[in-house]
Design a protein around this ligand. Structure first.
Ligand SMILES: [Fe+2]
Length: 261
């Protein structure tokens, strides 16, 4: 990746995931989930259950969040070219461009997969094989909120990286295929804490009123699930070979013709 090659990191030591970056409570939950005796009910007791299979728990230490945020701001302020993180957010950073892809791969496969295997086996939680990850930035005068949407992901993790802002709660509605319109109450971010939910669960972000909000988003994907049904258009995808990358989460060597984000 050219951008990562040209970028001079501020904290090179954080580009490889270390167990010390992760909250002790997160280690405990992952360890429990790896025990074959444990069920989803057992591990949910160690998380906050926000209904509709939306769960939150601590992920990163405060110290790691601080270093990670410094790295993000350093990259933001560099003259290097930056792509938009996705079609909905104007501002943010692709973590693949910044050189954090291996970091996110190991977070997904070593730590998150044991949890998603128990919590979302019906959404490919036991067969996640790629991801798209990015930092979203909300700031007055730029993006301040995010409209109601669903993600191009089987399972999403959203981790709060700072606390120097006001408002900007998340709110959740029904699954994409559910016609009801009930919107559930908001979720206030807490530093280092992650929110894990199905990508197809509709959600949005209320406007921030001051400061800047930074969140890490990981869209986790299972080619087994999406090769059968495209989550964006509800059709069986037509798969064509791609030379590089993960083909937007479809089989490793294919890309979907209806990729939208
Ligand atoms: Fe989203």
């Amino acid at each position: 990746m050219q951008v990562a090659k040209d970028y001079k990191p501020l904290h090179p030591e954080i580009f490889t995931l270390q167990p010390s970056f992760l909250d002790a409570k997160f280690h405990e939950i992952v360890q429990l989930a790896q025990d074959p005796e444990q069920t989803s009910e057992d591990i949910i007791k160690y998380m906050k259950n926000h209904q509709n299979r939306i769960f939150s728990f601590p992920v990163f230490t405060t110290e790691f969040c601080k270093l990670f945020l410094e790295e993000i701001v350093n990259f933001e302020e560099s003259p290097l070219p930056k792509g938009r993180p996705n079609t909905m957010n104007q501002y943010g950073i692709s973590l693949e461009e910044l050189g954090f892809d291996r970091f996110i791969s190991s977070l997904r496969s070593t730590y998150l997969t044991p949890l998603t295997t128990l919590l979302f086996p019906d959404w490919g939680g036991d067969s996640l094989d790629s991801h798209k990850s990015f930092i979203v930035t909300y700031k007055e005068g730029k993006d301040v909120d995010l409209t109601y949407h669903f993600d191009n992901a089987e399972i999403t993790l959203n981790v709060s990286l700072n606390e120097d802002y006001s408002d900007g709660e998340l709110y959740f509605g029904p699954m994409r295929t559910d016609a009801s319109s009930t919107v559930r109450s908001g979720y206030s971010h807490l530093l280092g804490r992650g929110l894990l939910h199905r990508g197809q669960q509709r959600h949005g972000a209320l406007p921030i009123s001051e400061g800047v909000r930074y969140n890490l988003i990981i869209w986790m994907r299972s080619s087994q699930i999406r090769n059968e049904l495209c989550p964006m258009c509800d059709e069986k995808p037509t798969l064509v070979p791609v030379k590089n990358g993960y083909g937007d989460g479809f089989s490793m060597n294919t890309v979907d013709v209806c990729s939208t984000v």
